[in-house]
Design a protein. Structure first.
Length: 277
């Protein structure tokens, strides 16, 4: 329903009626952020009391890594430069990678950034244009795509990165933000409701997600060591406020609520939905 232009038309046509039907039949909704809850309530006219927010968290693998030999192995395995700007997520329009590439290319050509941009994640819908854009911007020597990487390697990549830039236009939660923070990696995001909710003051939030704003934010953070350290400290603290143990308890409460509502035939049922990475 939201941002249909960022999804294949076939997916939109198939999912809309199915999600609408689920919204009217299920007895409870579990979603991953207050932001997503507000969207669900607004678009499907559902009683907010039926919608349960269960925040996700970083897996235990995501933490600061002090083993320099292991990190050097990761650096060699993925052919990383000394200074790395990281992007993590599917390569698709909603993630706004094209603007990130433009901002990175412009600042690199000016000499304001000497970093390598490393993009981690699988190719998704309409991702073929990315290679052509990189050729047009003449930054093929400074951009590396890793595809999918295992958790153990991903934690190492976060640790090796000087910053994570997550320019997504819309998220249900934004798991890479918490993963990066749990590793002590400074994060740049836009003022997207879910990302503001998850990152809070521990993320560097830019007012716009255009190329110029993203480029300026990367340059500022690259040249401001104290700010990066402040974000590292704040991010580690912020990540600790999200817990899978708490998520499990809250999910059990949502199931209990669904069972209670199912035994009472009077209210109209709601739905089961989830956010996405």
């Amino acid at each position: 329903t939201l941002y249909p232009r960022f999804h294949p038309p076939r997916r939109v046509l198939l999912n809309r009626p199915l999600v609408n039907l689920a919204a009217r039949r299920a007895h409870a909704i579990v979603t991953v952020s207050q932001s997503a809850k507000l969207d669900i309530v607004r678009w499907y006219a559902i009683d907010p009391g039926r919608v349960h927010v269960v925040h996700e968290a970083a897996a235990p693998e995501f933490r600061p890594i002090g083993d320099l030999r292991h990190l050097e192995q990761i650096r060699r395995r993925y052919q990383l430069a000394d200074r790395v700007i990281l992007y993590v997520g599917t390569i698709e329009p909603r993630k706004n990678l094209s603007r990130l590439l433009e901002g990175f290319a412009a600042r690199r050509k000016r000499g304001a950034l000497t970093h390598q941009l490393v993009c981690v994640g699988p190719y998704g819908w309409l991702s073929r244009d990315v290679d052509a854009q990189i050729d047009r911007l003449q930054i093929a020597d400074a951009v590396r795509f890793t595809g999918y990487v295992p958790f153990a390697d991903l934690a190492g990549l976060y640790n090796l990165a000087e910053m994570l830039v997550f320019p997504s236009v819309y998220e249900g939660f934004g798991l890479p933000v918490i993963e990066a923070m749990a590793c002590g990696t400074p994060v740049i995001t836009g003022r997207v409701p879910a990302l503001e909710e998850v990152g809070g003051p521990a993320a560097e939030q830019v007012p716009d997600l255009d190329a110029a704003t993203l480029g300026d934010a990367m340059v500022r953070l690259a040249h401001d060591g104290p700010r990066r350290q402040a974000l590292r400290t704040a991010g580690l603290e912020r990540a600790q406020t999200f817990s899978w143990d708490r998520a499990a308890r809250e999910t059990m409460r949502a199931y209990a609520d669904a069972v209670a509502r199912a035994s009472d035939p009077s209210p109209a049922p709601a739905a089961w939905l989830s956010g996405w990475r």
